[in-house]
Design a protein around this ligand. Structure first.
Ligand code: SF4
Length: 447
């Protein structure tokens, strides 16, 4: 019986590989070569037949540095497209001084970063038989917005939460990989990137803010650098789950300059220092009100969203009122609130003085009432203003859109008068006609 053998696409991309150094470097090379073959790349036997060359270097002693620099020079001369990795890669400046034309430089044990650089300069072969997934992945969101997950797990131990015990400590995704995914999404038509994680402000802490690479440029694995790079993609970038640490102040100018959306989702959870300490919240010692006021001074258009918990064990009436006072003073734009309920396995279950259910629900109602009047006031101040909105949906009667102040699913809506120029997934310029407690009503500004 004859079996049908499917040939590989004739033009499978070929990677040349030069591996120097000790057994640890050899293992790194094996990991990279395994990934290359698994993704359908071929390994080229010579410089001439390679589409790109990877040089895995050694930097242990001077003679190893010399040998590595010579190997890079040879690859540049013979092929021209060279990606450098390995121990000498940790001293990027030495390599770039000697060979400024290299495409990317990564340190040792950096398979993900090397693969990201290869994908960038020699795209992964598309195999219609096995590639069931488009480059941007399969998404459950509409075509025009997408969640961009930058890390998994969490290093905090909030007493009401069991996420770290389920998902482990923080593991940040390589910055080059995140930026490449963002680019794929934008190329596939995404107009809004929603950055998510358990703690976006902690991005890169686990890898000591290691330098990664994007388009041959070094980028640190750190929130501010990531956000600046996302801001260059020309779409809306919205930040979720950011804690009020001092370094967050540095992203506010990017918002004021319009490079990323002037929007921060900061889950404060409470305002009483004693309760925040019992909750073991990140940044609980910070002066949150002063920080919010400084953010508003630097970027008057900033929208602040937050979530709170009322009725945490031991919360007194005075501590609850402290939270209401904070809400009033901070004038947060969008707020979600929950009555505390114990989660199986959470440390807070052992705390004394649980708040009775009727008091919890009374506090929740008072909290929401207070927030409703703040929200009404803040939205009323937008009447008469022009703004850009992103159209989410159109039916016979309504056009549903969102402004920079509205994250999908959790914030408000801008209802726009039907207009032939409006298209789902496109931006539009509108004027705000009226507002209610949570939503805005608008008409298209004629162009
Ligand atoms: S609630 Fe606290 S412990 Fe839980 S994921 Fe958020 S920051 Fe981490």
């Amino acid at each position: 019986m004859q079996s049908k053998v499917r040939a590989r696409p004739a033009q499978a991309p070929k990677v040349g590989f030069v591996s120097l150094g000790c057994p640890k470097a050899t293992v790194d090379s094996e990991h990279i070569l395994t990934r290359l073959r698994a993704e359908g790349y071929l390994i080229a036997p010579s410089y001439e037949s390679a589409d790109v060359v990877v040089v895995n270097t050694c930097g242990f002693i001077d003679s190893a540095v010399e040998e590595s620099l010579d190997a890079i020079g040879e690859a540049v001369r013979e092929n021209g497209k060279v990606i450098v990795t390995g121990c000498l890669g940790a001293k990027g400046a030495v390599i770039r001084d000697a060979h400024p034309e290299v495409l990317a430089v990564t340190g040792p044990h950096a398979t993900d970063e090397v693969m990201t650089a290869i994908h960038e300069h020699l795209p992964k072969p598309h195999d219609p038989y096995t590639d069931l997934v488009p480059p941007q992945g399969i998404r459950l969101t509409p075509k025009h917005y997408a969640y961009l997950k930058i890390s998994e797990g969490c290093n905090h131990r909030c007493s009401f939460c069991i996420i770290p015990s389920m998902r482990g400590d923080l593991v940040s995704r390589p910055v080059g990989e995140v930026l490449q995914e963002a680019e794929h999404l934008v190329r596939s038509g995404v107009k809004e990137l929603l950055v998510i994680s358990q703690d976006t402000s902690a991005y890169g802490v686990d890898v000591k803010y290691r330098t990664g690479f994007h388009k041959g440029r070094p980028v640190k694995t750190r929130m501010n650098e990531l956000v600046a790079a996302l801001g260059e993609l020309g779409v809306w970038t919205r930040l979720h789950y950011v804690y009020p640490y001092p370094h967050v102040d540095d992203v506010i100018p990017l918002m004021a300059e319009g490079r990323v959306l002037p929007y921060l989702d900061v889950p404060f959870q409470h305002a009483s220092p004693r309760i925040l300490k019992l909750m073991k919240r990140p940044a609980s010692a910070e002066n949150n009100l002063a920080r919010v006021q400084a953010w508003r001074a630097a970027c008057p258009d900033i929208t602040l969203r937050s979530t709170f918990i009322v009725g945490f064990p031991g919360e007194t009436e005075a501590e609850f009122e402290e939270m209401l006072d904070f809400l009033d003073a901070a004038e947060l734009d969008r707020v979600g609130c929950f009555a505390y309920s114990p989660v199986d396995g959470a440390a807070a279950n052992a705390l004394p003085d649980p708040v009775p259910e009727d008091i919890k629900h009374d506090r929740l109602a008072r909290f929401m009432e207070s927030q409703a009047s703040i929200s009404t006031r803040r939205l009323a101040a937008k009447v008469g203003r022009e703004m850009t909105v992103l159209v989410d949906g159109i039916d016979d009667e309504h056009v549903i859109a969102r402004s920079p102040a509205d994250a999908p699913e959790i914030d408000g809506i801008v209802y726009v008068q039907p207009d032939a120029s409006l298209k789902v997934g496109e931006f539009a310029r509108v004027r705000i006609d009226s507002a209610d407690t949570h939503d805005l009503f608008a008409t298209v500004v004629p162009s």
